[in-house]
Design a protein around this ligand. Structure first.
Ligand code: GRF
Length: 217
C-alpha cells in the first residue's frame, strides 16, 4: 500500500489535527501525516505536531498583507517541496482564492462543526442553539470556493440538550469531529469517493449508512 502524504493546515488548538495524526500512526491507515502548516506562529497545535514528530511549517499570512495569491504561492511551495497529495483543513482560519481551491479540487477536505448546509460560517453552535434544532453535528466536505460548502463526505450527529450553552454543544460536537475526520480521510486516501453532480458516492460502502455516524443511545 502506498500511503498518501497529507498536509494538515491549522490556525489554532489543533485537536482535529491531533486526531488525524493519531489515526495515521496506524500502519494500516492509508495516509501519513507528512506536514502540518500553520498561518499562526504560536498556534498551540504546532507544539503537539512537533511533539508527535511531525514536520511543521509556519507561513504567516500577515507577511503578505492583502495579497492572498502570494500567501498561497508560498503555501504551494511548501506543499510541493513535501510532495503532498491531500490537504486536510483543521481549524484553518484563512479563505482561499478560487484558483488555489481549483488546483486542489477533490484533494482538499475541511471539517465544519454543524450539519451543513445548516449553519455555515462563524458561530455555528450559537446559530444552532438560536434555531432551536434538536440535532446538530459535524460535516467533513470537499473544499469548493464557497465557504463551508462542497460535496459532503461524512456527517456525524449529536443531540442538542435543553439548556446547552454554545461551549457545551461545541464540546459534544468536537468529540464527534475527532471520530469522523479520520474516517472521512481514510475514504479519500483509499480513492473510494466519487463525486457526481456535487454529491459524494462511496465505493464499496459496508452499509448504506456508513457515512452517517450517530453514537449509540
Ligand atoms: C473545529 O470545531 C472545526 O470543526 C472548526 O474549527 C474547530 C477547530 O478546532 N473548523 P481544533 O483546532 O481542531 O481543535
Amino acid at each position: 500500500m502506498i500511503r498518501k502524504r497529507i498536509a494538515i493546515l491549522i490556525s489554532g488548538r489543533g485537536s482535529n489535527m491531533a486526531a488525524l495524526i493519531e489515526a495515521a500512526e496506524r500502519p494500516d491507515y492509508p495516509a501519513e501525516t507528512a506536514l502540518v502548516v500553520s498561518n499562526v506562529a504560536d498556534a498551540a497545535g504546532l507544539v503537539s505536531a512537533r511533539d508527535a514528530g511531525i514536520a511543521t511549517a509556519v507561513i504567516d499570512h500577515r507577511r503578505f498583507g492583502k495579497d492572498r495569491a502570494a500567501f498561497e504561492a508560498a503555501l504551494q511551495g511548501v506543499l510541493d517541496a513535501n510532495a503532498i497529495a491531500l490537504i486536510c483543513l483543521a481549524g484553518f482560519m484563512r479563505l482561499f482564492t478560487a484558483a488555489f481551491v481549483q488546483h486542489w479540487q477533490g484533494r482538499m477536505l475541511n471539517i465544519h462543526p454543524s450539519l451543513l448546509p445548516s449553519f455555515p460560517g462563524l458561530d455555528p453552535h450559537g446559530q444552532a442553539l438560536r434555531a432551536g434544532v434538536k440535532i446538530s453535528g459535524a460535516t467533513v466536505h470537499f473544499v469548493i470556493p464557497e465557504t463551508d460548502a462542497g460535496p459532503i463526505v461524512m456527517q456525524g450527529a449529536v443531540a442538542v440538550h435543553d439548556g446547552d450553552t454554545a461551549d457545551e454543544l461545541a464540546a459534544r460536537v468536537l468529540g464527534l469531529e475527532h471520530h469522523i475526520y479520520p474516517l472521512a480521510l481514510k475514504l479519500l486516501a483509499e480513492d473510494r469517493i466519487r463525486i457526481a453532480d456535487g454529491r459524494c458516492l462511496i465505493d464499496g460502502a459496508a452499509a448504506p449508512d456508513e457515512a452517517l455516524v450517530v453514537p449509540k443511545l
